[in-house]
Design a protein around this ligand. Structure first.
Ligand SMILES: [Zn+2]
Length: 227
């Protein structure tokens, strides 16, 4: 007796291997019996909260809580010893530079890179220290956003979580093609909220680039900042 080629389990396996979320590239899940979905659960949720289609998200690395990549992503900002912070930062900068040198792994053409503001570190996000370590990013780095009135979370995006900085020329935003950068993400909530704030202010956002993405989407404590 021949095995049936199209059981639900086989179809699920097939599209997990061949299809990913159009936004973030992660495997999408089945929606009832509908089969393949174009966008994953997290991205659909965030898009609904923002009332906007999302920008493409590229993660340079993926990590699980507690693995070496995750420890490095924490240590570059939180290690108690300055030497350890600097060593981890240098390793991340080297990885970011390698990624940026490979044209096949990039997003569309962009003129400006900006980072997602930090929730608990006024005066600049740690991610800026990564961007500023890579010359081709540093020379086009502008601090465009500050925290807004809204609050975000791992699966909570909002149009008012970030807002253009008071010194940013809003009329000039329309001329910019922006790459949004952050060090870590879980679902993309923070980078997508940042991208939405820029788009609503008139900028074109080509996509979001993150150093590391947590592999377990809703696990607790996977990132130091919501999203
Ligand atoms: Zn997705």
């Amino acid at each position: 007796m021949l095995a049936r080629p199209s059981t639900v389990a086989e179809r699920l396996e097939l599209f997990r291997e061949t299809a990913g979320c159009r936004v973030c590239g992660r495997a999408t899940g089945p929606d009832g019996d509908e089969g393949r979905l174009p966008v994953c659960f997290c991205c659909r949720t965030l898009a609904g909260q923002l009332g906007l289609p999302l920008v493409p998200l590229v993660a340079i690395t993926e990590y699980r809580v507690g693995d070496a990549t995750h420890r490095r992503l924490r240590a570059y900002k939180d290690a108690p010893v300055a030497e350890a912070r600097e060593r981890c930062r240098a390793e991340l900068v080297a990885e970011l530079a390698r990624h940026c040198a490979d044209p096949s792994t990039g997003l569309g053409a962009w003129s400006v890179v900006t980072t997602v503001p930090s929730s608990n570190r006024p005066g600049g996000a740690p991610a800026e220290r990564l961007v500023d370590g890579v010359p081709q990013l540093a020379e086009r780095h502008l601090r465009l956003l500050v925290r807004g009135r809204g609050s975000g979370g791992h699966l909570q995006a909002g149009r008012d979580v970030f807002t253009p900085d008071i010194g940013v020329d809003r009329a000039g935003l329309a001329d910019l093609s922006v790459l949004v950068f952050d060090d870590t993400t879980t679902t993309g909530a923070a980078v997508q909220s940042a991208a939405a704030a820029l788009r609503l202010a008139g900028a074109r956002v080509v996509g979001a680039l993150v150093m590391g993405r947590a592999l377990a989407p809703i696990a607790r404590g996977t990132a130091s900042r919501g999203g």
